[in-house]
Design a protein around this ligand. Structure first.
Ligand code: 523
Length: 150
């Protein structure tokens, strides 16, 4: 009984911490043949023109992997399969950003820039030179390692 109560209070503490940190935004590190999919933002004006890992806000009741799949469908008209997590929670104005790794599902359409100015596949040697949004720049070393590990 005590163990059940302890486990329940742990869940409550985790939920309280999540609420305090604010909404979760997921970002997708989609890899194909040693290249990373990156996308150029159009908004807000402060971020327009800068590059990011595509993603967006997790909706209430939605899991993070489901949010990754939905955002990639909505923004890129493609289908991804989530394979893991990359790096630690990154603080952003909107709350917290969490990077998930992914690959295109077999037979998935080529990603299109439906909501971005452009999308492209970038190699490990290019990533340091990309004009990243601030939060994403913090995981560049992890992204390079991810591409080189494949
Ligand atoms: N970031 C960010 N990096 C990154 C993403 C996907 C998002 O720094 N890779 C930031 C940018 C915004 C916030 O997270 O401040 C929300 O991302 P956005 O606008 O792409 O997600 P939406 O469209 O789900 O969010 P709202 O339009 O704000 O609801």
């Amino acid at each position: 009984m005590l163990r059940i109560l302890a486990a329940r209070s742990e869940v409550l503490v985790e939920r309280a911490a999540a609420l305090a940190a604010g909404p979760v935004v997921v970002a997708t590190a989609a890899v194909r043949a040693g290249l990373l999919l990156i996308a150029q933002r159009t908004r807000p004006p402060a971020l327009a023109g800068r590059w990011e890992l595509p993603g967006g806000r997790v909706e209430p009741g939605e899991s993070e992997p489901d949010a990754v799949v939905r955002e990639c469908r909505e923004e890129l008209a493609t289908q991804v399969r989530v394979t893991g997590r990359l790096g630690t929670d990154l603080p952003i104005d909107a709350g917290v950003l969490r990077v998930h790794t992914a690959e295109l599902a077999s037979g998935a359409p080529e990603p299109q820039a439906l909501e971005h100015a452009a999308v492209r596949w970038a190699g490990p040697d290019e990533l340091a030179e990309v004009d990243w949004v601030d939060a994403d720049r913090a995981v560049v070393a992890d992204l390079v390692a991810l591409l080189r590990s494949g």
